[in-house]
Write a protein of this length. Structure first.
Length: 287
């Protein structure tokens, strides 16, 4: 089923994908990969296919599971080996990255829609090109397959970081872009990752240990960014708290935060802006 909008960059990618699926060399490469990585029989079982007929279509179906725990585990395993191959050189790495891009198109569409502004912004297709370029660069980066947690969520987050860096008009808008855009990803965090981030945030004063507030994907990703910046001494403890407190559902108004801190609202905004500026500079350096 086509899960991307017709026309534009996403339509062209779907047309290109159809051609790739019909390419006998591509089919042979995919079959050889799956056999070499000991995933062929699992993919065949998950897609009700004969092992000898495995190709890009079955690989994509395994990468977009229906939602059972077993199929999710297989999708993670397949995506990790693809990312590892994409980090290499030559035609094989390019093809692996292209398959990752196709698998992540639903997330790319959501990121694109979240970044298109009704007035004064780039067109949907302009933003789509930026998102796809960021997604391809992320797939080729060689970073994701070393990380813990769900690789698809990590690919989406790194892609979102790159897109926000490209599109943000100023430092303050970057933080809001991270929050707004990540809400559109609709990626459900696994419980282990959620627990780890919640405990780390609580120990650093970024999230109350007894807070029953549901941590959305957007909130989780902001906390992960801030925790990473704390770990690498990019932000001070106060700066991390200013960002974590502001970019969440139900955040207090600047006037209320200023009253609690005994400073002016302008001072609160200035401190937060400087903190976001430091975080932005760190993201640029990482990219």
């Amino acid at each position: 089923m086509n899960v991307t909008p017709a026309g534009g960059i996403f339509g062209r990618l779907d047309d290109e994908w159809a051609a790739l699926c019909a390419d006998t060399d591509v089919r042979a490469s995919v079959y050889e990969w799956l056999m070499a990585d000991h995933l062929a029989y699992d993919v065949a079982a998950a897609t009700a296919s004969w092992v000898r007929t495995l190709g890009p279509e079955q690989l994509l179906a395994a990468l977009r599971p229906a939602g059972s725990a077993t199929s999710d585990e297989l999708a993670d395993a397949v995506l990790r080996v693809l990312l590892q191959r994409a980090a290499g050189c030559g035609r094989s790495a390019t093809l692996a990255a292209r398959i990752v891009v196709q698998a992540m198109l639903p997330a790319a569409v959501r990121i694109t829609r979240s970044q298109v502004r009704p007035v004064g912004g780039r067109t949907h297709d302009d933003v789509g090109h930026i998102v796809i370029a960021a997604l391809y660069e992320t797939a080729r980066s060689g970073r994701i397959h070393h990380r813990r947690g769900r690789p698809a969520a990590n690919v989406a987050l790194d892609t979102l970081r790159r897109v926000c860096q490209e599109l943000a008009a100023d430092h303050e808008e970057l933080g809001q872009a991270l929050t707004d855009a990540s809400e559109q990803l609709v990626l459900v965090p696994d419980s282990a990752r959620l627990t780890t981030v919640r405990l780390a945030a609580a120990s650093n004063g970024l999230h109350a240990a007894g807070d029953d507030e549901e941590i959305t994907t957007a909130r989780l990703q902001v906390l992960e960014l801030v925790l990473d910046a704390l770990e690498h001494d990019v932000l001070s403890a106060d700066e991390a708290r200013w960002i974590a407190e502001h970019y969440r559902t139900g955040a207090p108004r600047d006037s209320d935060a200023a009253r609690a801190a005994g400073v002016s609202a302008a001072a609160v905004r200035q401190r937060r802006s400087r903190a976001v500026s430091r975080l932005t500079a760190s993201l640029h350096a990482t990219a």
